[in-house]
Design a binder for this molecule. Structure first.
Ligand SMILES: [Fe+2]
Ligand SMILES: [Fe+2]
Length: 205
């Protein structure tokens, strides 16, 4: 997949593009979306059915909308929302990502790690350092804290600023809705197990 496209709007959900708030949000995040390193997040899977690119845009846009309602800083919410999962190492391997730049985004995945060094506990800090590396002009204490603390309560320290709390909550709701439907999953698994057990007993002509 050729992940890079200067025509960023092609890779954004039409529901967001058609929103009356799109133009103002887009002005804030345009430079990040056009950045080649950020566009690689089209190849990073966030959950089984959504990329980090899609997830980050959703969190950013929803946080930006929420900022207006809660009287928070819209710029901080849009930027920190977009960069909250801008971690340097992928946690789900895909063939495309493994083939990208000699596998530098998946190289640490194969290492055995202790529980507390698993992705869920470490990626927020990683993202808070990685964004400064690629977007030094955006460095800001509210953005850094909102990114670094977005995994609370999995990581013990809560966000310090209102904007970080907004991102934390929106990210949780978004991530939950991206997980596979439990009933659908159970139904499919039961069917698979039943077929495996029963099929040897079915008489074939
Ligand atoms: Fe995250
Ligand atoms: Fe996230």
């Amino acid at each position: 997949m050729n992940y890079y496209d200067l025509n960023v709007k092609k890779s954004i959900n039409p529901l967001i593009i058609n929103s009356p708030f799109f133009t103002e949000w887009y002005k804030i995040v345009e430079k990040i979306l056009e950045n080649p390193e950020f566009q690689k997040r089209k190849l990073f899977m966030h959950h089984h059915n959504i990329t980090v690119w899609e997830h980050s845009i959703l969190v950013s846009f929803k946080a930006y909308m929420a900022a207006q309602y809660f009287n928070a800083d819209k710029n901080i919410c849009a930027i920190a929302g977009l960069l909250h999962d801008f971690y340097s190492q992928a946690w789900i391997s895909t063939e495309e990502l493994e083939n990208l730049e000699n596998g530098k985004y998946t190289s640490l995945m194969k290492e055995k790690k202790p529980f507390y060094k698993m992705h869920g506990f470490t990626h927020a800090k990683d993202a808070s350092l990685n964004y400064v590396k690629f977007f030094p002009e955006l460095e800001n204490k509210k953005i850094t804290n909102s990114i670094k603390r977005h995994m609370f309560p999995l990581t013990p320290i809560p966000p310090r600023y209102k904007e970080g709390i907004i991102i934390n909550i929106i990210d949780k709701f978004n991530s939950m809705s991206e997980l596979p439907n439990v009933f659908e999953f159970t139904k499919k698994t039961t069917k698979k197990i039943a077929t495996t057990i029963i099929s040897p007993f079915i008489k074939k002509d």
